[in-house]
Each structure stands twice: as structure tokens, then as C-alpha cells.
Write a protein that binds this ligand. Structure first.
Ligand code: AMP
Ligand code: GLY
Length: 421
């Protein structure tokens, strides 16, 4: 077996998938489209101008399969286009990707199968939206239906704010087409979990449950981001809660998708809010989370390659999936103006560190004259491993101390709250 794999995407998530694959002696080469400055060090970056070029490349270079990292190509149907050309793909179909691509589809779908989720109204009618808003208590959650690069969710603190958000979404001002239908939801108060299920259409396997830290600043302050750090497994999800999540959320979803002739294959990522020990589904994503992926990959004992084939060949029930009995903590280092805009490229200085405590994962970087430059957004992560969560956390922060670039920012409390409990 000399596997050649094409990974679509350019973030830390894709870097961490590539890193995991390349550690497997059966993997010969990884290609990234478009990749980033650091993925060049573990594989080769390629640029394609259209889907036809991807297909030609995969055929000419005998690529064994393609794995699609981000939501955008999944929602726009790249996996179907590749499959129709006879290419093996890890990632859901366009129709199944609607679980992430349309919040209205997702809410209607899970309601049909009695999955616990926040009470909601889906509408394109301003008057109906206002009527529903008046019935809710504050704060009120307003979501644009379509993909908005993680920005389409507003937590409105007053009725007037909720109505004006709806108005701006419906008229296309705030999120264009994605906001022409809105979902208005009751606000759920609790703590969040990131739950990942590898699914082959019928069977599924849960990965260790992770927790992300969405707000920019320590103490859960500042604006929402794509994620400032994650850790897994979280002690906040015991076996009883995990069973509830399987029974009430993951299983009815997969069965429902199958029943509606829309089987889900790939990674189903459930954003869960736990309210008084009961799980509620906040959102579905149809891909690995970033930064969750970076802390989950090191915990996989079963090779990622075997998991991908089991998903693509509908044989998950035939393999035993094992995880290392360890914890992993990932701290995201962001550039100066994240999440508002990209910053000027900055040199990244990395001091030597002991690789037994963890590693680095790279996202917003380019390579110029053989040097890595931070180009904005979520630049890189320090990933610490340990036998306990506190050891993994200590290791992750000791890696972060070895890194410097101008304008660098990070949270100092990733994985802290749970340790203090
Ligand atoms: P989403 O993109 O749907 O995951 O929403 C982004 C973030 O908004 C979530 O991670 C939650 O922190 C928050 N959120 C979304 N829906 C709700 C809700 N119904 N109640 C409370 N917080 C929510
Ligand atoms: N970390 C959350 C996400 O990838 O959407």
C-alpha cells in the first residue's frame, strides 16, 4: 500500500490531518489544495483553477482518495462532482452537507426526528419574525440560514436588537443571500461540547469529546472566533451524558438521514449545549472542527487511514477503533487583528523544544525565502499531550512560550475552567 492523498483546505485542521496521515508508513505522499506555508513541509501544495483540474490531477497522479476539510466545498457539492468522476472521497454529499449549509434545513430535519434542540422559528417574513421574538425571553438568538464563515449567529440582548438583526439579514444587508431566510431561537444557557461522529451512512464511531473556546479573550470575553483553543477528552462529558448524546442526537440523526434517502458519510460534528445535564443540539457541521481536529488527531490509536477507508467503504462496524489513554490541549496563536482582518506578514520565531511533550500545527502561514511568515488569522497552535489534562495543558503552554511573532495573541485559560471545577 503506497497511499497518495489529496487534502482540500489550508488551515490548521488540514495540516493536522496531513501530519497524522504522513506518520503512517503506508502513506507515500500528501498533496494539499491549496495548503499553507507549513503543509509544504509535510507534502506538496498544488493550485487548481477549477474542479476539472482537480479531477485530472487525481487521475493523472493516481491519488487514492480526496479528503475535503472545510465546509464551503462540501456545501457546494465538490464531493459529488469527484465521486461522479469515479474518485474516492471522504466527505458528505452536497445534499447531506445541508445539515451545515442550511440552519433552516437542519432545524426542520432534527425536529422531525425529535432531537432536542432550542425552540425556533424559520422565516423570511419580518412580521412573523417579530411576533415570535416577542414571545421569547432575552437574550434571543438570530441566525442567518446559510454559511457565513462562522459569523451568522447574533445573540441579541434586547427585542429591538433582535428585530433589527432580522431586518438587516432579510434585506440581504448583513449576510447577502445567506441571510434571506433566518432562524430565530430561544437562548440556551449551559456549557458547550464538540462531539464528532465518524459516519459511514449507517454506522458511526464517536471520537473523544472535545471542548472549544470560542471567544477571543481569556475569561470568555470579547468577540466570537472560529475557536481559540480546544482540548480532549473533556471530563465534562461522562459516560451517562455521552450515551444521551448518542441516543437522542447522533443516532436519530443518522437514522433520519438514511430514512429520508440522504445518508450521511464523513464527519458529523455536533455542537452541543449541556443544560442541567441534558444535551441539546445547537448546530451541525459536516467536517472536522478547527481547532478540535488538531487535538483529536494525536489521540487516535487506530490509523486515520483505516478510519477513512472504513467510512468510504461503509465498513465502520468491521473495525475496532481505539484511542490513546491521554489528553491533548491545543492553544491557538492569532495575529494582531484577528478576527477582524488579516495583519501584515510577520516573521515567526520558534525556539527549540522537547518534541516528546507535543508539537506545533500551522494555519495562517506562508513560506517566503524558506522562512515561515504569519499572515493573519489563526496562525499556529501549540499542542500539548499528557497523561492528565493538567499535564497536557502545562505542556501546551510551555510550547507556546517557545513561539514569538509580532502582534501574537492567545488565551491563557484554555482548559482551565474544567480543571478548577
Ligand atoms: P453556531 O454557529 O450555530 O454554533 O453558533 C455559534 C455559537 O453561538 C455557538 O457555539 C453558541 O455559543 C452560540 N449559540 C448558538 N445557538 C445558541 C442558542 N440557541 N443558545 C445559546 N447559544 C447559542
Ligand atoms: N471550532 C468550531 C468549528 O470548527 O466550527
Amino acid at each position: 500500500m503506497e497511499e497518495k492523498i489529496l487534502i482540500i483546505g489550508s488551515g490548521g485542521r488540514e495540516y493536522s490531518l496531513g501530519k497524522k496521515f504522513i506518520e503512517d508508513p503506508r502513506v507515500q505522499k500528501i498533496y494539499f489544495f491549496p495548503g499553507n506555508g507549513a503543509t509544504e513541509e509535510i507534502g506538496e501544495n498544488i493550485v487548481f483553477r477549477n474542479d476539472g483540474e482537480i479531477i485530472k490531477f487525481v487521475q493523472d497522479y493516481c491519488i487514492d482518495f480526496v479528503i475535503i476539510g472545510p465546509e464551503k466545498p462540501l456545501v457546494s457539492g465538490l464531493s459529488d462532482i469527484l465521486r461522479e468522476a469515479g474518485i474516492k472521497v471522504f466527505g458528505p454529499s452536497k445534499k447531506a452537507a445541508l445539515l451545515e449549509g442550511s440552519k433552516a434545513f437542519m432545524k426542520d430535519f432534527v425536529s422531525r426526528f425529535n432531537v432536542p434542540t432550542a425552540a425556533y422559528l424559520k422565516t423570511s417574513d419580518f412580521e412573523k419574525a417579530c411576533e415570535f421574538i416577542d414571545k421569547l425571553s432575552l437574550p434571543i438568538v438570530v441566525k442567518a440560514d446559510g454559511l457565513c464563515a462562522g459569523k451568522g449567529v447574533i445573540i441579541a440582548l434586547s427585542y429591538a436588537e433582535a428585530k433589527s438583526c432580522v431586518d438587516e439579514m432579510l434585506c440581504g444587508k448583513s449576510f447577502g443571500e445567506a441571510g434571506k431566510c433566518v432562524v430565530i431561537e430561544e437562548f440556551l444557557e449551559g456549557y458547550e461540547l464538540s462531539v464528532f461522529a465518524l459516519c459511514d451512512g449507517e454506522e458511526y464511531v464517536l471520537l473523544p469529546v472535545a471542548q472549544d473556546h470560542k471567544r477571543l479573550l481569556s475569561g470568555d470575553r470579547g468577540p466570537n472566533t472560529g475557536g481559540m483553543g480546544a482540548y480532549a477528552p473533556t471530563p465534562l462529558c461522562d459516560e451517562i451524558l455521552k450515551q444521551k448524546i448518542k441516543d437522542r442526537i447522533i443516532e436519530p440523526t443518522l437514522k433520519g438521514m438514511l430514512k429520508e434517502n440522504n445518508p450521511f458519510s464523513g464527519v458529523l460534528f455536533a455542537g452541543i449545549m449541556v443544560v442541567k445535564n441534558e444535551p441539546y443540539l445547537l448546530e451541525y457541521n459536516v467536517r472536522f472542527g478547527d481547532p478540535e481536529c488538531e487535538v483529536l488527531m494525536p489521540l487516535l490509536k487506530t490509523p486515520l487511514l483505516d478510519l477513512c477507508y472504513a467510512v468510504m467503504e461503509h465498513s465502520l462496524s468491521d473495525i475496532k477503533v481505539e484511542f490513546f489513554d491521554e489528553y491533548c490541549v491545543g492553544i491557538v496563536l492569532v495575529s494582531k487583528d484577528y478576527p477582524y482582518k488579516n495583519s501584515q506578514p510577520q516573521a515567526i520565531y520558534i525556539k527549540n523544544f522537547d518534541s516528546s511533550i507535543g508539537h506545533l500545527s500551522f494555519g495562517g502561514v506562508v513560506k517566503k525565502n524558506n522562512e515561515l511568515l504569519a499572515t493573519g488569522g489563526r496562525v499556529l497552535l501549540g499542542i500539548g499531550k499528557g497523561k492528565t489534562l493538567s499535564e497536557a495543558r502545562k505542556n501546551a503552554y510551555s510550547l507556546v512560550e517557545k513561539i514569538h511573532f509580532n502582534g501574537m495573541g492567545y488565551r491563557d485559560d484554555i482548559g482551565l475552567k474544567v480543571l478548577e471545577h
